[in-house]
Design a protein around this ligand. Structure first.
Ligand SMILES: Cc1cc2nc3c(=O)[nH]c(=O)nc-3n(C[C@H](O)[C@H](O)[C@H](O)COP(=O)(O)OP(=O)(O)OC[C@H]3O[C@@H](n4cnc5c(N)ncnc54)[C@H](O)[C@@H]3O)c2cc1C
Length: 571
């Protein structure tokens, strides 16, 4: 007996299947069986296990069996039965011959993706688990339907067209550092387009513009720009973070107060949109799309395959500084950081680190000679106690990049190419909040420090200075690009990670939600989209720009092909 299959295009849950959702049966006497796409996790939960708990539904006299699917709970590791709202594959045929949905989908994907010539990894491939594990947060580890290792724009275009044709989700992966693993799709069963092979960095020596492939990582980008012309473009410290997610969601680093965040310096992009065509967005062409990509570009409008960035001369010597303080001085450094940050020259970008065990470090980069450092930091030290240890180093800009990346001060700068890099992973939860004015009030500082010091050991806070006198970040209007947070003094990243025990995970997550709620009355409701947190509403990330972003979404992706839990919606 031949099988026919048809995909149901609407989402449903096991309690809400409607007759209108069902395909036409080919003839009398056929029964209908439905299997959820979540069966794409065969290595974790074999199909047979689920079949045994199928639930009978009668819809207009047709017997349907809907398989409930497993989903890992919030804490991770513990399987629980849940009816999930997922897309379904429908099979019609004799009840006895329940169909191999997963194999059929894999075959269709392979048939569609392979002819374009990119390396494809399917769940049945021996390197599937390696491809899946190549992300920073191992908390979710969603199971994609396929990986496409794109090395050309045509590969990306074909993958998008296959996703549309087969009605499968799609997610680009640049550096794989999404805090919610959205570059694995943020759910099971999507096509992941890995851009790591598109990583070329070229500096135009005349225009000083740099073109950067959509999968390049920050360490190699900074190294290439230094080697090609002693220039740089602002971006974050972690060398393995990818340009894709980072620049499309902001991108703060140690020259940002001078020259802006990475998104501010995007001049042009090459992007593949939902119908598979390759278009350019710059200030002349598709300028509304460029507006959206500068802050809200993570997998909401298309896949960026190439960026063009402004660069800046970093050939002069700069000064790296770092000071450690006691645990009892965490309140004092918080206060000093705010008061100092408010008026310090934009030649300085700086951060403050705290952890529950007493870690208390103030560090940064000053774009000037060491002889001036004392006066530049004078206001900080007039409000803070003496440091317990001090590092002040006048050096090349690229040396500060090596140090801030966590390498040894004496390592060769070539280490930034990441050729021999061991990619770190964590199982973690992170949250963020922006603080305006001169930072936390005294009451806010007290509440913050009390809660901080009750935290689990594997946790920390990082304050990054965004605002203050002459900050290039705040010189831009909130309505000039999607990145709206233009009047904050600093952001706080709250980070907690754990090992295997579910109770540690629950404690850590409870604590981080708790400290966020504790400081919320002393901060703005805004949060940083590069520290994406599934608990935050989109208004916290995009504020007054959200409606405009929705209308740009309707223009460039009217069928919502690029979507995940926190993508820009159509309405
Ligand atoms: C260890 C660590 C250090 C960090 N340090 C900093 C820092 O100093 N400053 C700072 O501002 N942030 C920092 N971040 C946050 C970082 O900027 C974000 O996590 C960022 O989203 C990571 O980008 P990615 O390309 O590596 O991630 P990915 O997981 O690959 O992508 C993130 C999101 O962007 C989408 N995306 C990726 N590429 C493209 C593309 N080409 N076109 C369209 N959408 C795309 C993905 O689908 C996903 O939704 C840090 C993160 C980590 C884990």
């Amino acid at each position: 007996m031949e099988w026919t299959s048809r995909r149901i295009s609407t989402d449903f849950d096991s309690a809400g299947l409607h007759h209108a959702d069902l395909p036409q049966l080919p003839a009398e006497g056929f029964s209908l069986r439905i299997t959820l796409q979540n069966l794409m996790r065969p290595h974790v939960y074999p199909e047979e296990t689920k079949s045994s708990s199928g639930v009978e539904h009668i819809v207009d006299g047709i017997t349907c069996t809907i398989m409930h699917s497993y989903r890992e709970d919030e804490v991770g590791g513990i399987a629980s039965w849940m009816g999930c709202a997922l897309r379904a594959l429908c099979y019609t045929g004799p009840a006895a011959a329940f169909g191999p949905a997963r194999r059929l989908l894999q075959q269709s994907l392979a048939d569609c993706l392979r002819p374009a010539g990119a390396r494809i990894v399917l769940p049945s491939s021996s390197d599937y688990q390696t491809a899946r594990g190549h992300v920073f947060n191992h908390r979710f580890l969603w199971s994609p339907a396929a990986f496409v290792f794109a090395t050309t724009t045509a590969h990306v275009s074909n993958a998008i067209q296959c996703a549309v044709r087969l009605n499968v989700g799609i997610a680009p992966r640049s550096g794989g550092h999404s805090y919610e693993d959205y570059s694995l799709g943020g759910r099971d069963g999507v096509i992941v387009v890995d851009l790591e092979g598109m990583n070329k960095v070229t500096l135009n020596k005349t225009s000083k513009l740099a073109t950067v492939g959509g999968g390049a990582r920050l360490g190699p980008i900074k190294l290439a720009l230094w080697n090609q012309g002693k220039v740089s473009t602002p971006s974050g410290t972690c060398p393995s973070v990818g340009v894709g997610g980072h620049s499309l969601g902001g991108g703060w680093g140690f020259i940002s107060r001078k020259w802006g965040i990475m998104a501010d310096n995007i001049v042009e992009v090459e992007i593949v949109i939902a119908n598979g065509t390759v278009i350019t967005a710059n200030s002349q062409k598709n300028s509304d799309l460029l507006f959206a990509l500068k802050g809200a570009g993570a997998n909401s409008f298309g896949i960026v395959t190439k960026f063009t960035f402004k660069t800046f001369d970093v050939s002069k010597k700069v000064t790296y500084f770092s000071y450690n303080f006691q645990k009892s001085q965490q309140a004092a450094t918080t206060k000093a950081f705010g008061l100092w940050g408010l008026t310090v020259t934009n030649d300085v970008s700086a951060s403050l680190y705290h952890d529950p065990s007493g870690g208390n470090t103030f560090w940064g980069v000053y774009l000037g000679p060491k002889t001036n450092l004392k006066s530049v930091l004078q206001k900080f030290f007039s409000n803070a106690p003496a440091a317990s240890s001090t590092t002040e180093l006048e050096t090349d800009y690229i040396r500060t990049v090596v140090i801030n990346a966590g390498f040894k001060e004496t390592d060769p700068i070539s280490i930034l190419d990441l050729k021999n890099y061991t990619y770190e992973t964590r199982t973690f939860k992170s949250k963020s909040i922006f603080v305006k004015g001169s930072g936390f009030s005294d009451a806010g500082i007290q509440a913050y420090v009390n809660k901080l010091q009750q935290g689990p050991a594997q946790s920390y806070m990082i304050f990054d200075l965004f605002g203050g006198t002459g900050s290039a970040i705040n010189a831009i209007s909130p309505s000039a690009s999607a990145w709206v947070h233009r009047d904050s003094l600093y952001s706080i990243q709250m980070f907690t990670y754990w090992n295997d025990r579910p109770q540690d995970a629950q404690n850590a997550i409870n604590w981080i939600e708790n400290i966020w709620s504790t400081v919320r009355p002393f901060a703005s409701g805004e949060a940083y989209q590069n520290y994406i947190d599934s608990k935050m509403p989109l208004s916290a990330y995009y504020g007054s720009n959200l409606d405009k972003l929705k209308s740009i979404k309707r223009k460039f992706d009217s069928r919502n092909i690029f979507n995940y839990a926190q993508s820009i919606p159509l309405s």
